[in-house]
Design a protein around this ligand. Structure first.
Ligand SMILES: Nc1ncnc2c1ncn2[C@@H]1O[C@H](COP(=O)(O)OP(=O)(O)O)[C@@H](O)[C@H]1O
Ligand SMILES: [Mg+2]
Length: 175
């Protein structure tokens, strides 16, 4: 997709995210949000919105074949880490991953049940299992990433919500 289209759709997804989760749910104390790359739904506006609402934001840092949450602060210095994905230079860990109440993840494809195809390494599946079981799992995706069915295995973790530029898919089991 051309960048302009990605930005326009990302803006719609950002608005839908804000309208769905603020102020309708009790705001999480801490959230985990991916830092978007070129082709993904952009997340910076969502991250800033969370920070403006007093929510601690953590982003992924890939180290030793696993995702670790590290603190993101506005304007913090970033550098390219594993897979050339940007991550904060300073690696400030949360006291415990259990403090993360909301998780925003990217993906390749999703179905309406909340099944997710990731990047083929199961990193997010492994990470999501470390969190509180009732943490809210939100995927951001473009409508063309929604497909009829994706294969799922027992280790795959399902999403509670998928937000696209056209709709919010409630996949159920959400708190
Ligand atoms: N929670 C997990 N525990 C152990 N191994 C896992 C876990 N999640 C994924 N894997 C391993 O990673 C591989 C890729 O996971 P997969 O779910 O297919 O990738 P993705 O979700 O990134 O598309 C799996 O075949 C499995 O070997
Ligand atoms: Mg998986």
């Amino acid at each position: 997709m051309p960048k302009e289209l990605i930005l326009r759709k990302s803006a719609k997804i950002t608005t839908a995210f804000k309208n769905r989760f603020f102020p309708h749910i009790k705001a999480p104390k801490c959230a985990f949000v991916y830092l978007s790359t070129q082709s993904e739904v952009r997340t910076l506006a969502i991250i800033n919105h969370l920070i403006d609402n007093g929510i601690g934001v953590y982003v992924p840092c890939v180290d030793n074949g696993a995702i670790h949450p590290v603190k993101y602060t506005k304007g913090c210095r970033l550098s390219k880490g594993a897979f050339k994905i940007k991550e904060p230079v300073k690696k400030i860990k949360p006291k415990t991953p259990k403090c993360i109440e909301m998780v925003v993840v990217p993906g390749i494809a999703f179905d309406l049940k909340g099944n997710r195809v990731g990047f083929g390494k199961g990193f997010f599946d492994m990470f999501l299992k470390e969190l509180k079981p009732n943490s809210i799992k939100v995927a951001l995706a473009f409508e063309k990433q929604i497909v009829k069915a994706v294969p799922s295995q027992p280790h795959d973790v399902r999403m509670n919500y998928i937000i696209t530029e056209d709709r919010i898919i409630n996949c159920g089991r959400a708190k």
